[in-house]
Design a protein around this ligand. Structure first.
Ligand SMILES: *Cc1c(COP(=O)(O)O)cnc(C)c1O
Length: 428
């Protein structure tokens, strides 16, 4: 759906002025003069975060010292922040745990999912994932397969469901692809997998907070995801884990133990028992001591996003993002024609997440650098993608207009060919 009225920058400014979600942007400390289109990689800083983290440091840590584990509720933060995230996933209270990184959570959850699948059918020994999945997902899947005597099979994204034969135990799928922004139909894939006797581990890193999710209603199996992308938790924020309650019961009944059985996941950590006995429920996925400062920042990030609840929540944010992406694509079609960009994101709003990507045969990296020099921050994803994240909680229609205007200028002038834009930094 391309808003036909947005023919000029003034049209976009008017659309922003009429946007009921527009005030949410004021809760973010965005620098002047920057069009930030990388909130899918590192969410922007909420205004509230600095004061909250300062308070945790000065009051809770400085004055409360070790007593704050109890008095300030530090020990419960993984559950409390999980409860704040839960509605974004379509999960219930007490079902989501915040801990570790997405990579580590993947290791724990895949291992348990594999054990559960094999407890039902020992002949199943394959983990299926899609070729081109985010590298950490494939690396971790390989290491779980190696540790458990299973095999990782990578298939094309469109062939995922067809690959779920009787040898497959677990399907590891990223809901929204980090390169193209293509989105799997979670409910349909989950249903097909369940029908085939396969458990699914969903990576929601590029979905949660940007795409409506209903994990419980869709009878999803397991999920993990990132805290520092659309959840605005800050650099290196911990990730989250969810398992459908029906599985937690089976995991307990089977005596399955997650492989990183640290003391904080113990039933009674402060009994300092000699033997490991997992906590019940999702808490069994904890390993070590919670990162309190990072959890406080993530709590603020999620709370800032959840301010949208009163304005329609994620469905309203998602609808706005789709309008922004449609505008982005329409403007590129119109103004950047024959400038070498090829759209890599589905035109169908039902098949994409909250970003838009274009391939450029030779200039991808340098184009992104030239845009950053002009204050338009997107990112480059090897081998050839120029990627723009749309975080509807703070991205405006004028931002899209300005981004495409700069993109057109950078391409039409050949500005990106300046060798200084080819200098590669370690992080792209
Ligand atoms: C961002 C992202 C990750 C990040 O994992 P970390 O352990 O936080 O580095 C993992 N998987 C996917 C699909 C991602 O998009």
């Amino acid at each position: 759906m391309t808003p036909p009225a947005l023919r000029t920058r003034e049209d976009c400014a008017r659309r922003d002025a009429e946007d009921p979600l527009a005030p949410l942007r004021e809760a973010f400390a965005l620098p002047e003069g920057v069009v930030y289109l990388d909130g899918n990689s590192l969410g922007a800083l909420p205004v509230a975060t600095a004061a909250r983290v300062r308070g945790v440091i000065a009051d809770e840590w400085g004055n409360g010292l070790i007593g704050s584990w109890n008095a300030a509720g530090w020990m419960d933060l993984p559950r409390r922040v999980g409860d704040r995230i839960a509605p974004l996933l379509g999960a219930g209270a007490g079902e989501v745990l915040v801990a570790d990184s997405t990579s580590v959570n993947l290791y724990k959850v895949l291992h348990v999912a594999l054990g559960l699948a094999r407890s039902r059918d020992p002949a199943r020994a394959v983990i299926v994932s899609e070729r081109g999945n985010f590298p950490t997902d494939l690396y971790i899947a390989q290491s779980v397969a190696d540790a458990c005597g299973a095999t990782l099979r990578q298939v094309e994204p469109d062939a995922v469901v067809a690959a779920l034969d009787a040898s497959v135990a677990v399907l590891l799928l990223t809901h929204v692809d980090y390169r193209s922004g293509r989105r799997h139909d979670l409910r349909a894939v989950q249903r097909a997998a369940s029908f085939a006797g396969v458990l699914v581990v969903w990576d929601l890193s590029h979905s949660a907070g940007a795409v409506p999710l209903s994990l419980v209603d869709d009878a999803a199996d397991f999920a993990v995801g990132c805290g520092y992308k659309f959840l605005n938790g800050g650099p290196g924020a911990p990730g989250y884990v969810w398992a459908h309650p029906r599985h937690l019961e089976h995991i307990e009944a089977q005596g399955l133990v997650q492989p990183l059985s640290g003391w904080i996941g113990h039933r009674t950590p402060f009994a300092f028992a000699a033997d490991y006995a997992p906590a019940s429920g999702i808490a069994r996925f904890q390993c070590g001591t919670p990162p309190v400062l990072a959890l406080a920042a993530l709590d603020c990030g999620v709370a800032t996003l959840r301010a949208a609840d009163a304005l329609g929540g994620v469905p309203a944010l998602h609808a706005k993002a789709q309008a922004l992406i449609a505008l982005f694509i329409a403007l590129v079609d119109e103004h950047c024609d024959a400038l070498g960009l090829a759209l890599r994101t589905p035109r169908d709003a039902d098949r994409r997440g909250s970003q838009v990507s274009f391939a450029h045969a030779t200039g991808g990296y340098a184009i992104v650098q030239a845009l950053i020099a002009r204050g338009v921050v997107g990112d480059f994803r090897a081998p050839d993608l120029v990627r723009f994240g749309i975080a509807p909680v703070y991205t405006r229609f004028v931002d899209v207009w300005d981004a495409v205007a700069h993109l057109r200028d950078v391409l039409a002038s050949g500005e990106w060919r300046d060798p200084k834009f080819e200098v590669r930094a370690p992080v792209t």
